[in-house]
Ligand binder design. Sequence first.
Ligand SMILES: [Zn+2]
Length: 591
Amino acid sequence: MKKNLSFVMAVGWVFSLSLAGLAEAQDNMQIATWAGFRSAAAVFTFDDGCANQLSIAVPIFDKYDYKASFYLVTGWSPNYNAYQALVDKGYEVGSHSDNHASNAADGRTMPDSEIASSKSNINSHISGQTCNTITYPNCEEPNETTLKANYIGGRICANGIDGATPNNYYRINSVICGNTGSVNSAEAFQGKMQQAINQGGWVTFLIHEVDNGNGYSPTSSQAIDGALDWAKKNDSKIWVTTFRNAIMYSKERDKSTIAKKSGNASSETYTLTHSIKDNVSNYDYPLSIRIKNSNNWTTVSGTQSGKAITTSIKDGYIYFDAVPNGGDIVISSGGGSTNPSSSASTQPGSSAAQPASSNSSIGGSVEYKLEMEDYMPGGAGIGYSDLDGKNDNTGYRKGGDDAGVVAVGTGYGIGYTMAGEWFGYSVEAACDGQYSVVARAATGNASTTRFSVSVENVSGSVAVDVPSTGSWDTYTEVNGEGTLKLSKGKNVVKVSIDQSYINVDWIKLTSDNAQCPEVIPVAKNLRLNSLSGPVQYQVFDINGHLLKSGTVSAQGGVQNLWSTASRGLSKGTYVLRYGNGSSTRRVQVRK
Ligand SMILES: [Zn+2]
């Protein structure tokens, strides 16, 4: 529930800033205030190129897989090799002048000439990014016209927290850290981030030395570690990112329009555009979007300019990230992502309502979806092996049978995993076949983390290498390497944790060569003995696209459903779903 509230706030803020008269569009299509529909952004900026920022702060950011922004005084001989390595990892390097204003007339404000020269000095040493943000030495903003010609934004050093749209992108406020600032403990960092969340805003922390008692306003590394630990635990609410990304996102979000271009029963096309032009940036940072799932698609996939984008379904919306001015966005029914809520345990049987993701056959293939929280009963040693006894206390597994169940959206998965743990699943296969593995998993580990899938009494296993997703709440779909053999009848599928701290929502076992579809000739009636009242049906093509739907009455428990459902279909193979989605059959029209 908490999540939903912050969700509403994140969305509401954008539209409180938007033009009036867009009520309908607002309802159906929304650009998130911050990436991932988080409530707030937090940016950590480091000034002056202090050595302890590299040696002490960076390992902490690496540990939590967050990125920060480093502002160099080019005349102070920065270790460009070290900063290049940071840029290669996604950190930002920006300008803090050439001479820290020591050559300036007033000794405080950087000269106009250094606005451009510091930028080109950094660009000549660092590749893979363009220096386009700046922090002002001694907090004094230089000539704003020259700034605008070279940078997308700049930071002063005071005044605390900004709204989602700062008053002036060249005077973005900050919170000063360290022993001369207002923040030098984990609790103080957390307080500022919580304040940003409450305001739907943006907090930028200004840090100088780290753990150096003799340096300028040193910030405690323990405080930074505590801040990032808290941020990770609140990752669904706060977006820790670089100064550049926050500026890009904020500007684009306020100037972009999402519009529906066209649509039919199986796909919809959208455009996301803005007309920002300043010769400094293309403003092509991806924005987080949600559109109403008005067709109630149970699985979706997406592309932008023909390239796959990640999609998900939640609470009646389809979510994705897209690049403004990056070409048409096409969201299609079928494939890709499934609705996490429909796999929740509170709705038994509902997962069978999804042809592309359920234990049904489609596209000439057979697929078994294993919800990871549904490991076999029987306790430790039979259903699982759990080494640490930790879980989210979801209450999903009863009687001491909780081997690490975590909440995933409105459903569940497994987490708190440690190397050596395993989980067992019973799969009743309709026929023999080789199965590939797709998993939906998350890890906040900085590097790729592995688990394996095997079948009891069958040699071999499929390794699934999950790349860092930035947090244990951010899930991605990953393909395993190789295939598994399932035999007709009962199989025990084992999910083994090879490397600690990986969360898994589900795995899908898919075979393209398991030739066991149920073929119902068009002439044969379907018996609906177990159904009463009107029966809804839907017909999908082999790619999971909905072709038609309707209702037949089930008089006397038997009805010629298929002869109605197949009407008008050309020769081929289809998937028929009926009875509130509780039954799915692969069917053929032979003409
Ligand atoms: Zn400075």
